[in-house]
Design a protein around this ligand. Sequence first.
Ligand SMILES: [Zn+2]
Length: 273
Amino acid sequence: MYAQQGFHDSVESRSLHVANTIEQINQGKFDKFEIHGLSRFDDEKKVVLKQWVKTGVNATRNALGVYPSRLIFHLVPKKSNQPVPWAYTRRDNPQRIYLHVDSRFPLQKFIDDWTIYHEISHLAIPYLGEKYAWLAEGFASFMQYQVMGKAGILDGTPEQHYRKKIAPHLKWFKSDLPPAAIARRLMNQKQYPAAYWGSAYFFILADNAFSSQHNTSLARLISQYQLCCHARHGDVNQLMNDLDTLLGGSVMTKLLSEFEHQPAREIYPIEFE
Ligand SMILES: [Zn+2]
């Protein structure tokens, strides 16, 4: 019943929504992004940090389309052994991205770091709630390498990175429990790399189905989704329905059902060849 509302309400209201969004894009409404917290850095570091955020926004937008909301960043100084030791998104209105940064690192180290692409990717789909935090993290983890790959800032292919990241965690999925239950448990136990990368496999399967059966990619579908449907729903089933409607198939709804109900050992490989 829920699926009959919203996205499916009427073709007329949907095309009106898309037309309005395109008009706003053409007016440059979403071109700008905000950076807060720069006053805590000296002038030289400000230039580097601004350039980094701009690179992150452009790369993510290039892969996942125009975001139908202004991107707002908060920078927080933090001494560390890496350029971006900690980051998160706040999904309230407006949504915000918090990046803790060690500005002693040079620009290239910031650009090569995956964090900003991961955080901006989160905002390409609605907040799905605690129950589907594993899926949201799998999505952002999958997308960070799609974005970096397309921007030419990834050393190797996205596939090589996925295998390397997922391989150590396949052991958790040699189980009769469904992947969704395993991923939720890993999240609860704060086994974040296992939960994130185990869940990223969901989107690898989706992307494979898109390219082999529908001649498209998950990233391309998300860029269409951002234009037509984003910010209208926050329900996981609605998201899957919307993506399948755009696709003209039933890949996402079927995959989510499998991840909720099918034994993980039937879905995940024992190891990558
Ligand atoms: Zn994340």
